[in-house]
Design a protein around this ligand. Structure first.
Ligand code: FE
Length: 208
């Protein structure tokens, strides 16, 4: 079996978020899809270890925003490579709340959906939520970020909790950030280097 076949699938890049009893959480996903049009329903798969999954499971609601190509990599770093357990991710970005109080990132996003979970399916490592879209809004006409653009143009990496993560993805030479997996192609690694994705210092990089 050639697992690289899965790299031929195309995806977008999104931040989903939720809030329950005053605790906000959000994370980056590439697993948001529209599944029906009447009513408008979407699905999203989220790793069970993610705080965001646990909050959605309690709130039975989430918001989703479509990231645009001009999004800062540190926003992806914050929402994709840190845990809502450790930090309040929304403190680091511009955001608003929907009519039910769920926060959503409102800069460098093309659209926002507010969704009510109507069904969910345990798929092993991930929980798949099916949700009805209750609010929807176009926020900009910027080009949307695809997963391919993130990898090829932004030199982005895939966290271990992502549905599409494959250990074989890392084949480059250089230094790897042990926090987010970003690879610096070159040697030596400058001592004042800061990871462009997660903000970690050079000291946490390991030589490949
Ligand atoms: Fe990093």
């Amino acid at each position: 079996m050639d697992e690289k076949a899965l790299f031929k699938l195309s995806y977008g890049l999104y931040i989903i978020s939720s809030s329950f009893e005053g605790k906000d959480a959000g994370c980056v996903v590439n697993t948001l899809h529209q599944v029906t049009s009447s009513p408008i329903q979407v699905s999203v798969a989220v790793h069970k270890d993610n705080v965001t999954q646990q909050i959605i499971d309690q709130a039975k609601r989430f918001d989703a925003v479509v990231l645009t190509q001009d999004v800062d990599m540190d926003v992806i770093g914050t929402f994709g490579f840190h845990s809502s357990k450790d930090i309040n991710k929304f403190e680091k970005v511009s955001y608003q709340r929907d009519q039910t109080g769920i926060p959503y990132v409102n800069e460098h996003v093309a659209a926002r959906l507010s969704c009510r979970v109507v069904n969910q399916l345990d798929v092993g490592s991930h929980m798949m939520f099916i949700a009805e879209v209750e609010e929807a809004e176009v926020l900009s006409q910027e080009e949307v970020m695809t997963y391919a653009y993130y990898h090829q143009v932004k030199n982005g990496t895939t966290p271990k909790n992502a549905s599409s993560y494959q250990a074989t993805e890392e084949v480059k030479k250089g230094w790897r950030c042990t926090i987010c997996g970003y690879i610096y192609e070159g040697d030596p690694l400058p001592t004042d280097f800061v990871c462009p994705i997660c903000g970690a210092p050079a000291s946490v990089f390991e030589k490949l």
